[in-house]
Design a protein around this ligand. Structure first.
Ligand SMILES: *Cc1c(COP(=O)(O)O)cnc(C)c1O
Length: 361
């Protein structure tokens, strides 16, 4: 699919930066030459959408976002196909999710065409920044926040919507790129999202609140946390900032989208691929006890996490305060590898895109 890009004002940088070495790219450390920025006021709605040189922002110290955290963000990637086309992966899903996050955070609606158009306008200008090496891409970060200066607690009347881009390498430092098994720590002391809260919305506050558990996981030699539900502390929900999948008796199980789970675009794509391959998928609640028991009985063949940053991230070890479970001999699982190859192949234009998931910039 390809269509016209909206006509935003473009101010090109006079001092382009050198491009980073694609062999040593990390995640989210360097940023491109330009950014997209647009303002909102109640009187004018969204206005002044423009592409400008990447630069620090000037904010009033009373800006509402700095005090009460009224903000949301998105994350997607652009890849360069072997034929030179620049591909976005399911960007309308990000635009739709952004609308739901905005609604939850009492922030103004952003039209999906405006969202996708702004992403395309920026990526179009930054196309030379898209690295081509296997496992690399251009990570795109749209975000919105309240920049109105006031200290009362209510929804603001002024906002900014900004998009920045970062050429990225693999999310985890895997030897030789690709995917490698991670260690996951089951936290019982902290929760990520409660019913009625903001778990389904992609907002900074969810992340700020998760750092403490992440520190605890790191102290146990694990990369990520496995979150349990906030009410009974029994049901598995997400892995770090990714959706979680468990393969038990050949059925792939993931938590249902009942408000505390972030509806991942990778999650949705994985479910669609598995169904098309005739592999049983269950969106159901699963207790941590069931996971450990299945692990000890040899019925748990794989655990993996899904998200835009790492695509598919296999889990080699599940660690809790009293036991450690080794999964699939701590090697990359067959299904995780197959899903990674299929998704990454479609995202990068190396495999046919039968579902119309990619959008050419
Ligand atoms: C972004 C995110 C995901 C993954 O969503 P994708 O659309 O697949 O990138 C999963 N869980 C949380 C908490 C997230 O913030």
């Amino acid at each position: 699919m390809s269509q016209a890009i909206p006509d935003f004002t473009v101010q090109k940088t006079a001092t382009p930066k050198p491009k980073p070495d694609p062999n040593t790219l990390k995640f989210g450390q360097t940023f491109t030459d330009h950014m997209f920025i647009m303002e909102y006021s109640d009187e004018r709605g969204w206005h002044d959408g423009r592409v400008v040189p990447y630069a620090p922002l000037s904010l009033d110290p009373a800006a509402a976002v700095l005090h009460y955290g009224q903000e949301m963000f998105e994350g997607l990637k652009a890849y360069r196909a072997p034929d030179g086309r620049v591909l976005l992966f399911r960007p309308y899903m990000n635009a739709e999710r952004a609308r739901r996050s905005n609604e939850r955070m009492c922030m103004p609606e952003l039209d999906v065409e405006l969202f996708v158009g702004a992403v395309r306008a920026l990526v179009d200008i930054e196309r030379d920044w898209i690295p081509e090496k296997e496992g690399t891409s251009l990570y795109i970060r749209p975000f919105m926040f309240a920049d109105e200066a006031f200290l009362g607690v209510h929804a603001a009347h002024h906002y900014k919507f900004i998009i920045i881009c970062s050429p990225v390498g693999p999310y985890y430092d895997a030897p030789g790129g690709g995917i490698h098994p991670t260690g996951i720590y089951v936290t019982r002391d902290y929760v990520r999202a409660a019913p009625g809260g903001t778990g389904f919305a992609k907002v900074g506050g969810n992340y700020a609140g998760s750092l403490k558990a992440q520190t605890e996981a790191a102290a146990r030699g694990c990369e990520q946390v496995l979150w349990l539900d906030a009410v009974e502390r029994r049901y598995v929900e997400e892995i770090g900032t990714s959706n979680a999948f468990f393969v038990i008796n050949g059925t792939v199980i993931t938590a249902p989208l009942h408000g505390t789970i972030l509806p991942g675009i990778t999650r949705d794509s994985v479910i669609q691929l598995l169904k098309s391959w005739g592999i049983p998928v269950a969106e159901r609640r699963l207790t941590i006890d069931e996971v450990f028991t299945a692990g000890k009985d040899g019925r748990l063949s794989e655990i993996f996490a899904t998200g835009t940053a790492a695509v598919i991230s296999p889990v080699g070890r599940l660690v809790s305060s009293d036991e450690t479970l080794s999964i699939g001999n701590e090697r990359v699982g067959e299904l995780a590898q197959r899903l990674y190859d299929a998704l990454y192949g479609i995202q990068t234009g190396k495999l046919p895109d039968d579902r119309g998931w990619t959008l050419t910039v």
